[in-house]
Ligand binder design. Structure first.
Ligand code: GTP
Ligand code: MG
Length: 245
């Protein structure tokens, strides 16, 4: 079983990240760029949060739901719809304080073997080496559960998660499950995720939307760590104006 580590306080809302402001922030999302290859992606100076998972898991739909925009990301009944890494900027007043990345799904049977291998390489490189990558949302259809490919992805990112990369497993299409099935799927996925954070989500019923928006806001705006020199004297105030004479 794949095990990975998340920060113990991963679920606690950051100060000020009430549901309304988190959703308002998500709604500022706009298209930034699209790239077929890693070296075509622009360097990003702000936290980047990637949506990954099997083809058809609901990644693009999840981004549209969280950002409350119908067609920001390309969603489709046909698996394999997303074929590029698409980046979206977030932030008020034209400022960018975070970036969302919609990644093509894996595990789509109708793709040729060479295309699969090429894409797996791009994705592994992205997950291992993208400097701005701050958090990963792994989307998973709970009717399939975490598959071998999902487990392989967990394995790839584990060293970065241990170094503080944020991680959330989102079980999508919750509307297809009864309450009892949801509870069961959650506990199975929590075991598979080795204690990592797992949530239920439904784009159709808007289930989990506020919670996820708040969590992503928190990922992008972590509380500042107590500074190492916090116990030293405060910076001197500006010298008073010299008097006449
Ligand atoms: N019932 C239901 N259907 C959903 C939900 N989320 C996504 N879907 C459907 O699942 C299908 C795939 O959704 P996408 O968002 O395109 O999936 P994707 O993970 O981006 O797929 P790729 O781009 O191929 O990797 C579409 O038909 C969506 O309408 C949900 O919460 N509930
Ligand atoms: Mg997609």
């Amino acid at each position: 079983m794949t095990r990975f580590v998340t920060a113990p306080d991963a679920g606690a809302p950051a100060p000020g990240a009430d549901a309304r402001s988190a959703l308002g922030w998500m709604h500022t999302a706009r298209f930034l760029t699209t790239a077929a290859q890693l070296n075509q992606l622009p360097a990003v100076e702000v936290p980047e949060i990637a949506f990954v998972g099997r083809s058809n898991a609901g990644k693009s739909t999840c981004i549209n739901t969280l950002t409350q925009q119908k067609q920001l990301a390309f969603a489709s009944k046909k698996p394999g719809r997303t074929q590029h890494i698409n980046l979206f900027s977030l932030g008020r007043q034209g400022q960018t304080d975070a970036v969302l990345a919609d990644l093509p799904g894996y595990g789509y049977a109708a793709v040729s073997r060479s295309d699969k291998v090429r894409w797996q390489q791009v994705m592994v490189n992205y997950l291992v080496s993208r400097p701005s990558l701050t958090g990963i949302v792994l989307l998973c259809d709970p009717r399939l559960g975490l598959t071998e490919l999902d487990e392989a992805l967990l394995e790839v990112v584990r060293p970065r998660v241990e170094e503080g990369l944020k991680f959330l497993v989102l079980l999508t299409k919750a509307d297809k499950l009864t309450r009892a099935e949801q509870a069961k799927a959650l506990s199975i996925a929590r075991l598979q995720a080795g204690g990592g954070e797992v949530k239920m989500f439904s784009a159709l019923k808007k289930q989990g939307v506020e919670e996820v928006a708040q969590l992503l806001w928190q990922w992008a705006h972590p509380a500042p760590a107590p500074s190492a020199d916090a116990d030293t004297a405060p910076a001197p105030s500006p010298a008073p104006e010299a008097g006449p004479g």
